[in-house]
Ligand binder design. Structure first.
Ligand SMILES: [Cu+2]
Length: 121
């Protein structure tokens, strides 16, 4: 009897863990999503305004070739790839203006390919 009881407990514990994971996933899905499309040599959303303490997901893609999205103040970087969506989550825990830029060399205008994130209190 005892082994049977302990076997019945284990799946219940797993179910509880999965339920917690599901709750966590659904709260992340409710977060604001900001789409940013890159192309030579600009982002279609060069200024992103966020509220301090409100996490967002940025969905990155590209129209022409691989570009980068590097936001050093939040230790965030990703590739913007044609035909794909790359998701990066930003937790804006400080107010201010923070630059992001392309860090994948993409041609003559590469050095100017940048934008900013403004986090308001
Ligand atoms: Cu570039």
């Amino acid at each position: 009897m005892r082994p049977l009881l302990s076997r019945r407990c284990a799946p219940a514990a797993i179910c509880a863990a999965l339920a917690l994971a599901g709750l966590h996933a659904s709260s992340a899905a409710d977060e604001p999503v900001i789409r940013v499309t890159a192309r030579k040599f600009e982002y279609d959303t060069p200024e992103i305004i966020l509220k301090k303490g409100v996490p967002v997901t940025i969905e990155l893609t590209s129209l022409d070739r691989v570009h980068g999205f590097n936001l050093p103040d939040f230790k965030t970087r990703a590739d913007a790839i044609p035909g794909m969506v790359t998701r990066v989550r930003i937790v804006p825990d400080k107010a201010g203006t923070f630059a992001f830029f392309c860090d994948v060399f993409c041609g003559d205008g590469h050095e100017e390919m940048a934008g900013k994130i403004v986090v308001k209190d």
